[in-house]
Design a protein around this ligand. Structure first.
Ligand code: SF4
Ligand code: SF4
Length: 361
């Protein structure tokens, strides 16, 4: 066992870092119960063997910003493994804190994946304005065959299709796997859990998770896997009732019920915000903001106008809509409060048009 079950509570530490059980008063990483652990004697060496490990460790979820490693191990040739330290929200400190406290585990996890898929290169996508992280990973890259690529993290850079374009010049469709283009995208949590499994023999029963709340500093807390999100908020002294709870990114994450949702390995950020005021949409004033904001180079206003006129899209426009990455920026900037992103999203997913937080009007 990685660490015994314990009552976890948050505590305010200068700098906005909250972390740990009641006795902690400094941003330290929780101690591990190594005595109970039994590191594996035989490590996986092939994608198939790695798949078994991931299934055993229950790391199998896919979300918009972090495609599950399990789904990317389809046996295709792999040129690059990218450890994505660019967070879905630029204010996120989780990659930085993991790099600070758990660097050896991240390196171990990354090396394992690279070996299993026989990748030519391991690339570290590091936010350029995080100088400490850049320095840290730069020092690591002198000892390991890693390539450090500093990038300016401006939302929505963390999205796989945008990241791959910025990093290796590859253009992929938003709904396709980066592995189709020969790149494995590894999120730091998966990498960390794999590293812990190798070094300590198990999945940590707690994990760091970020809380973003309205009008407060972001907090990083340690919470137990399987714990309801409502309990995490209560432990941290945060009122969550009558607020919207969004996981993995305020703009393009998923709206969840904190009473019904438990902490899973793939949940990195939990955000709370007041219920948004419903503003009535008015006519498009052709300001062009949505066009300027769209990172996929689409014309959201044009697509929306076509839908309004003929209630569907011609094939060529439907193909254009498929390049949408659901970032929500078009709706966010629209002064007419038009539900651009929701409309474009529902065109892409005709079967189940789910409303994304931050994009509904
Ligand atoms: S959600 Fe809007 S801004 Fe984002 S990619 Fe889609 S059309 Fe462009
Ligand atoms: S941002 Fe809104 S108002 Fe401006 S062009 Fe786009 S749809 Fe029209």
């Amino acid at each position: 066992m990685f660490m015994g079950k314990m009552l976890l509570q948050s505590r305010h530490v200068p700098g906005g870092l909250y972390f740990g059980p009641p006795a902690w008063n400094a941003p330290v990483w929780p101690a591990r119960d190594i005595a109970e652990s039994s590191p594996p004697t035989l490590l996986p060496e092939t994608p198939e063997a790695l798949r078994h490990v991931l299934q055993r460790l229950k790391i199998g979820h896919q979300d918009l910003w972090a495609p599950a490693l399990l789904d990317q191990l389809a046996g295709r040739p792999v040129s690059d493994v990218v450890l994505n330290l660019v967070a879905p929200q630029p204010e996120s400190i989780l990659p930085r804190v993991l790099s600070e406290f758990e660097l050896p585990q991240l390196i171990t996890g990354l090396n394992l994946v690279r070996r299993c898929v026989s990748a030519d290169r391991a690339i570290l996508a590091v936010p350029r304005d995080e100088s400490e992280m850049r320095y840290q990973w730069g020092a690591v890259a002198k000892k390991h065959p890693f390539i450090v690529r500093p990038l300016i993290n401006r939302y929505p850079l963390g999205h796989p299709s945008i990241l791959l374009r910025a990093l290796v010049g590859l253009k992929i469709q938003p709904d396709t796997s980066p592995a189709d283009a020969g790149v494995i995208l590894l999120d730091p949590m998966t990498c960390w859990i794999l590293g812990c499994w190798i070094e300590f023999g198990g999945v940590p029963n707690w994990r760091p998770v970020e809380l973003f709340t309205h009008n407060a500093m972001p907090r990083l807390i340690a919470a137990n896997l399987g714990q309801p999100l409502s309990q995490i908020f209560s432990d941290a002294g945060i009122v969550y009732q009558k607020r919207q709870c969004i996981i993995n990114g305020m703009m393009a994450g998923d709206l969840v019920d904190p009473e019904q949702t438990v902490l899973e390995p793939w949940i990195r950020i939990i955000s709370l915000r007041p219920q948004p005021l419903v503003e009535q949409p008015v006519d498009c004033i052709r300001c062009g903001w949505c066009v300027s904001a769209c990172p996929a180079g689409l014309n959201p206003a044009g697509l929306m106008a076509q839908v309004r006129m003929i209630d569907s899209l011609p094939a060529i426009s439907a193909q254009e809509a498929s390049a949408c990455i659901d970032c929500g920026l078009c709706s966010y900037v629209c002064p007419s409060r038009l539900a651009l992103a929701t409309t474009i999203h529902s065109l892409k997913t005709a079967n189940s048009p789910s409303v994304k937080p931050g994009v509904s009007t």
